[in-house]
Design a protein around this ligand. Structure first.
Ligand SMILES: Nc1ncnc2c1ncn2[C@@H]1O[C@H](COP(=O)(O)OP(=O)(O)OP(=O)(O)O)[C@@H](O)[C@H]1O
Length: 298
């Protein structure tokens, strides 16, 4: 006789259940497995120029997911929508089952308290030292006593190997160290969701490897859900459980495990993952014909 548990994800519900109940339970189970969901999301910065069109995606809970895609396909915009920086024009974004509503400031603030973001190039405050950069979100969002803030900051800096650098000014540390300080700041409030926008940009090979290992280790140690936007295919695939490849207007070209994507025979996926200047993904941004721009015959 088959055994099953209502707690196990993705299980096939037994036939004794009414089909409607089975569908509802299956949907709830899928929801529990996804920490971030996008349902039919559309977004544009300017009318008539859609950046994302009808995008539906689920990001698995407790896993590292990398979002890949050509320049300008909307990866950073996607992170901004999840963070509630912009509101979708259609569809909805959910974090842990709760709708991200950019117009409801107090609810958004509560949700954001559960997110950590590592912006492109770290974006540290150069007028604050390493310690104060990490302490910043703790002071912003909590009223913890100074001694507790101190211990928390030193613990986060210890996690990224920089407890000894607490007193240094931002100008005194290397690019790789700065990225690690930004990482410590992103995890300062023990977020359940950590979003990384180009965490490897501008780093040398060693710093890149250190940062990648840290992202994976922090994810595993905290049980957080991590979303990574990156152009660095080997580094990001090496630490990911799940990969999403986006095309223009956020069209999902492929998704699956890194091995599944690497083995894909789809020409667009192959061109993106294995490199290649030309192929189905075009080099030229859409433009008028050369003849029209330069007044020469076709
Ligand atoms: N604040 C903004 N105002 C207007 N248009 C914007 C704004 N931010 C981004 N865009 C446009 O939206 C589109 C998607 O941009 P986005 O930064 O999300 O892409 P991306 O995939 O992250 O690109 P990249 O990999 O180059 O960082 C691009 O065409 C970009 O020019």
């Amino acid at each position: 006789m088959p055994t099953f548990s209502l707690a196990s994800p993705g299980l096939a519900y037994p036939d004794i259940l009414h089909p409607a109940s089975r569908r509802r339970l299956t949907a709830q189970s899928a929801r529990r497995d996804a920490f971030v969901e996008l349902d039919g999301v559309g977004f544009a910065y300017q009318p008539g120029r859609p950046v994302l069109a009808d995008l539906t995606l689920r990001f698995p809970r407790g896993k590292v997911t990398t979002i890949l895609g050509g320049s300008g396909c909307g990866k950073t915009t996607l992170l901004r929508l999840i963070g509630g920086v912009h509101a979708p024009l259609s569809g909805r974004v959910l974090v842990d089952g709760e709708t991200v509503d950019a117009r409801d400031a107090s609810r958004l603030q509560r949700l954001r308290r559960r997110m950590g973001v590592l912006f492109q190039f770290g974006a540290l405050f150069t007028d604050l030292d390493v310690f104060e950069n990490v302490a910043f979100p703790i002071r912003e969002h909590t009223l913890l006593p100074a001694a507790v803030v101190r211990d928390l900051v030193l613990m986060k800096l210890n996690a990224v190997g920089l407890r000894g650098a607490a007193g240094l000014r931002i100008g005194e540390i290397s690019g790789g160290m700065a990225r690690r300080v930004a990482l410590a700041r992103a995890i300062a409030l023990d977020p359940e969701l950590i979003m990384y926008d180009e965490p490897f940009a501008g780093l040398d090979g060693v710093s890149m490897a250190v940062t990648a290992r840290l992202i994976r280790t922090l994810n595993d140690a905290t049980g957080a859900t991590s979303l990574l936007v990156s152009h660095d295919v080997p580094e990001s695939l090496g630490i990911s459980d799940h990969v999403v490849l986006l095309g223009t207007q956020g069209r999902v070209l492929a998704q699956g495990t890194p091995d599944e994507l690497l083995a894909s025979a789809d020409p667009e996926t192959r061109q993106f993952l294995h490199g290649g200047a030309d192929g189905p993904l075009r080099f030229h941004y859409p433009a008028p014909t050369l003849a029209a721009d330069f007044g020469v015959p076709e």
